[in-house]
Structures are given as C-alpha cells and as structure tokens.
Design a protein around this ligand. Structure first.
Ligand SMILES: Nc1ncnc2c1ncn2[C@@H]1O[C@H](COP(=O)(O)OP(=O)(O)OP(=O)(O)O)[C@@H](O)[C@H]1O
Ligand SMILES: [Mg+2]
Length: 249
C-alpha cells in the first residue's frame, strides 16, 4: 500500500504570490499553508473574503500552480509534473464545482456532462456514462435541455454530474450553493454529502457557516494562513468569536 494513500491531499508550506515581479500588484494570497485531507473526509474551507480560499482551491484543483511549497495529490508532487501530466492528473482525480456553474451555454446538459469523458479519450460508452451521471443527480429527464432552459439548482446539479462523471477521487467545490436559494442550496448540499459516504474526498469553500458545521472538518484561513483546523463545529465557533457573524458571512 502506498504511504500517501490515506491522504489524497497533502499541502506543506504552500505559497501563492500573484504578480511576483510587480511590487505594486504583488499579492501573497496563500502564505505558507500546511494541512492534509484524509480519504472520504468532508472538509470546509472558511475565512473572510480575500483570505485566499479560492486561490487555495485553484491550486488543489491543478487549475493554478503554487509559487512555493509542496502539494501532493494522490501521492504525486504536483510541481514536478509537466503541463500534459498535470492535465491528465486533473482529469483523472479531480472534479471541480464552481459557484457560477461554468456550463457551456450552447451544449445540452448531456453534452456538458460528456465533455470531460471526451477529453479523457473515453470512446463509445461516454454517452451512457454521462446519462448515468445525470441520473445520479436526478436530472436524466433534462438531458436535452441547454443551461438557459434549466433552473439554478438544476444547472448546479448538471455541473456536479459533470464533475463526477470521470469518477474523481477528490471533489472540490467553490461556494457551490452561493448562487442558489436556501432550499435549493440544501438539496445540492445533501447531494454532495451523499458522495462523501461513497468514498469521495470533498473539499468545499463556503461562506455559509451552517454548511461548514455539517461537514466534519473545517480549515479556517485568514490572510493566506491556516489559523485553525479541526472539528468543524469547534472551528466555526472560534471564527465567530474572532470575526463576528457579519464579517464571517
Ligand atoms: N489573479 C489574481 N491576481 C492578483 N491578485 C489576485 C488574483 N486572484 C486573487 N487575488 C488576490 O488574492 C487574495 C485572495 O483572493 P481569493 O480569491 O483567493 O480570496 P477568497 O478567500 O476566495 O475571497 P472571497 O471569499 O471573496 O471569494 C485577494 O487579496 C485577491 O485580491
Ligand atoms: Mg473566493
């Protein structure tokens, strides 16, 4: 058994500096973060606006590269991978769900979900697999609809199906309920939580502390650093004590 198998995500002294060579524009968005996420764990990333949550998630999703430090994804040191290898690792291991869905408007729900399989070079079975993924989020009856013919919650469910169709080991979500009303948000959250029980590791950036409390674990960030990490109820209380309800939300 591989030593890192229990922790599909390990970051150590991770740093992300935007515009490192332009002093007036330079931002140290991630400033030495270290933590690891166990397989099957559901982990919230919380902290005030601008603390580096999205920057971190983009690195975890291999959409961006760290400036310094180490990120081991499924035991592989990401900075040692070429662009091609990185794209492959991303396609193989990572599902990403964005606040704004990021569906392609001209494609149907089914075609959107099928896209990652086409990139992965999955042949004939890709349509069946995409349909199965849509069925998993309860939307097989909407497969021929385009995004603008779907409700917000339905669009996010299509985006979740697209993230899951490749059977990633890690699902990363950046404010997945942020654009949804609270009832729809609850449905989407329930769907995501169900995945955890199926062994998928979930890392979710959220402003919603009610949601953060429901995930078992929370990592609390401020100014690009981890200030607290642990059982989510405890961490959320600590954040509320420090920053107050208004700034936290
Ligand atoms: N592409 C970029 N170029 C330069 N600076 C950036 C870039 N993206 C983010 N930043 C800066 O990095 C810091 C962290 O941004 P980030 O988007 O990670 O915050 P966040 O915690 O996700 O905030 P929010 O809760 O508002 O989404 C901010 O100060 C932001 O202005
Ligand atoms: Mg953000």
């Amino acid at each position: 058994m591989h030593a890192n198998q229990e922790y599909p995500v390990i970051v150590d002294q991770l740093v992300k500096v935007y515009n490192p060579n332009k002093p007036e524009l330079s931002v140290r968005a991630v400033d030495g973060m270290s933590f690891k996420v166990a397989r099957g764990e559901a982990c919230a990333i919380i902290g005030p606006s601008g603390c580096g949550k999205s920057s971190l998630l983009h690195i975890l999703g291999c959409l961006d590269r760290p400036t310094a430090g180490s990120y081991k994804l499924e035991g592989k040191e990401v900075k040692e991978l070429s662009e091609d290898e990185l794209a492959k690792v991303r396609n193989q291991h990572i599902g990403f769900v964005f606040q704004s869905f990021n569906l392609l408007p001209k494609l149907t729900a089914l075609e959107n979900v099928e896209l990652p399989l086409r990139y992965a070079g999955v042949g004939g079975k890709s349509k069946d697999r995409a349909l199965a993924a849509l069925a998993r989020v309860g939307l097989d009856a909407r497969s021929k609809h385009k995004p603008n013919e779907l409700s917000g919650g339905q669009r996010q469910r299509v985006a979740i199906a697209r993230a899951l169709v490749t059977e990633p080991s890690i699902l990363l979500c950046d404010e997945p309920t942020g654009a949804l009303d609270s009832k729809t948000g609850k449905d989407v959250l329930a769907l995501l939580q169900q995945l955890g029980t199926e062994g998928t590791t979930l890392v979710m950036v959220t402003h919603d502390l009610h949601i953060a409390r429901q995930l078992g674990r929370a990592v609390y960030l401020r100014d690009g650093r981890v200030v607290a990490d642990g059982e989510s109820q405890m961490i959320v209380e600590r954040m509320l004590n420090e920053v107050g309800e208004e700034e936290a939300a």
